[in-house]
Design a protein around this ligand. Structure first.
Ligand code: SF4
Length: 221
């Protein structure tokens, strides 16, 4: 493929995103939640495990511990028992109890709606904060997970697409610079859903991909 100008790349990104909007008209967060607190806890639990597994444990967890005050006072071993089927359950139990305590002590029992405060909580990184901002508060957020990293690389939506260790913060900065903030949350959802359904990690289904006419990584991934 001849070298693509920045202008041409951005035009292609918009064209490909329009296709993704057709493919995935109504993207939604796959984690079940009824409040910012529930989404924050569910997202912390979802690291390195599937959303489906998290959705299986959160009804019991939130049934017993409906808010930060209750979870902050929880017996860690009982929380571990409830979330035992998900990966890293001991560390995650410690983190969700710890972040609940911090919410009570520093934020009046409420989940803060800004990046700096969110990432100051135990177990909360930029990706989790962006999920909460975008899906619980309607604040533009672009979570960069493994699917977003892979799909934006194959599509050459980012300049470090060939890097073996791409920087999620740089990806967030580079991709969001090309789209209006009101699209960021849905853009991330669509890239994740496209990665799960078609642009698989091991064997992308390029033959059936609606982006295969323009994707520079088609059939080469
Ligand atoms: S054409 Fe292939 S590599 Fe490109 S986005 Fe589609 S599935 Fe992924």
């Amino acid at each position: 493929m001849p070298r693509e100008s920045k202008k041409a790349r951005i035009a292609r990104m918009h064209q490909e995103y329009e296709q993704l909007c057709v493919e995935i008209p109504d993207p939604k967060c796959a984690l079940n939640f009824n409040s910012p607190f529930e989404l924050l806890v569910a997202t912390v639990l979802s690291a390195q495990t599937t959303d489906k597994r998290v959705n299986m444990v959160t009804p019991e967890l939130f049934g017993e511990y409906p808010g930060p005050a209750e979870l902050a006072a929880a017996n860690p071993e009982h929380v571990e028992d409830i979330i035992r089927t998900i990966g890293f359950f001991r560390t995650k139990a410690r983190n969700i109890i710890g972040l609940s305590h911090e919410l009570c002590v520093r934020f009046g029992g409420e989940v803060p709606a800004d990046m700096a405060s969110l990432v100051s909580l135990p177990g909360v990184g930029r990706k989790t904060a962006n999920v909460v901002l975008g899906n619980a508060f309607g604040v533009p957020g672009f979570p960069v997970d493994t699917h977003v990293i892979r799909v934006t690389g194959r599509l050459r939506w980012r300049s470090d697409w060939a890097s073996p260790s791409p920087d999620p913060v740089a990806i967030e900065r580079e991709v969001t610079a090309c789209f209006p903030p009101e699209e960021w949350t849905d853009l991330s959802h669509r890239l994740i859903l496209h990665g799960r359904a078609i642009c698989h990690a091991r064997k992308p289904d390029c033959a059936d991909c609606p982006l295969n006419d323009t994707c520079p990584g088609a059939f080469a991934a």
